[in-house]
Design a protein around this ligand. Sequence first.
Ligand code: PMP
Length: 448
Amino acid sequence: MSERTPPAPGAVDRTALIERRTRYLSPSLRTFPLYPDDPLVLVRAEGPYVFDETGRRYLDGTAQNVCISLGFAHPVTLAMAGEQMARMQHCTTLFFHDQPARYAEELVARMPAGHDWVVHLVNSGAEAIDLAYAMARAHTGHFEMVSLRNAYHGLHFGASGSAAFAPCRTPTAAMQGFVHAMHPDQYKGAFGPHAGIEPYLDELERTIFSSTSGRIAGMIVEPIQGFGGVVPMPPGYLRRAFEIVRAAGGACISDEVQTGFGRMGSHYWGFEAHDALPDIVVIGKGMGNGFPIAGVIARRDIAESFAQVRFFNTFGGNPVSVAAARSVLKVIDDERLQANARARGEQLLAGLATLQARHPLIGDVRGCGLILGVELVEDRQTRRPAVAAGDRIQRRMRAAGFINVKGSATRNTFRINPPMSVTAGDCDEWLDAFDRSLAAESEARRAA
Ligand code: PMP
């Protein structure tokens, strides 16, 4: 690995940094704390690894919140974004620029053929979600929308109205007009384990009937609920749910902020795994390999209905971010990263199945590609969340050089989302560290 001018260990004063951040950055940044008692200070990154101020290396199993798709410091991202940076670092949407136009063409080429797709670029996932809702409302002339329980679509004004679990709902203002249908969780869903999709589709119809005027603006679904603890929609759910939504006059929105761009391994887009065709697709996170860029891909007629509404932002389609996003499309193809995501996902799932047989704490293993979740439970029958044990295992993993966040409202599901270029060796090391961390937990319990 090349050494890219690392700061000398100790060059960053950890204590001063923490004091400065606490003094000058707003407490509102504490929404999702990771290691709140012992923050991790990062100073550089390369490939799938990040380094702290002492020079210690960690495998980043979060890919910085699923944003680093290719790996850090990928030479193609550096070259394409760097070249654009030197030529013109910003061109606002008032002017025409080649980068966003080319990117939109490249993106549309990756969408299902035979439809007239158009692209609207913005800066963050939640901003794109808000835009998608506004488009669906403008097009249908309806207001009410359906999102699924346990959903996370961001915490802006509009997006937060569709978030559907207590940690993301607050007494402060959120966009009104959302009803929440049951999410078809096959592990601990409302209709019991392995209930299939029928009861959930029935409940969706009943929700539309009982909690809306019957004519809705649309429905939004994450093909795999990410922040909610890696809950995959069972096969076929999206296709059938979309039929119900269309019958109620709504537009179908697939939130591909986590599932898009091949991370699922099996498909480029999450909706493809369901043989479903959305009307609007929301993209973000990994699309820029860490650069701030997100967007909406919509049917032209839907975008056309919205064109009468004033919507503007200054930075959307920033050419440097777009150049980075174009590097993502290119490298996923050139380096066959979707196939790697699939192979590494299979490797991790096989390894986790072995660990599950040995460690009773592992209640469920799910997901595909590099969107994987491991749910820790105190009891496999009751499925009571193993929260404190999960915290201890998370700390042991960090001490061993592996970073993961825990998702779900109860924070007991490890999320495994490393960059898509992660190697088989990295995954073996992760499995080994997870095995040892679980074994240490059992040992500590026996000794107690
Ligand atoms: N949708 C999904 C599925 C997400 O996971 C997120 C972010 N975690 C968002 C939307 C919102 O994206 P952002 O944080 O960029 O606003």
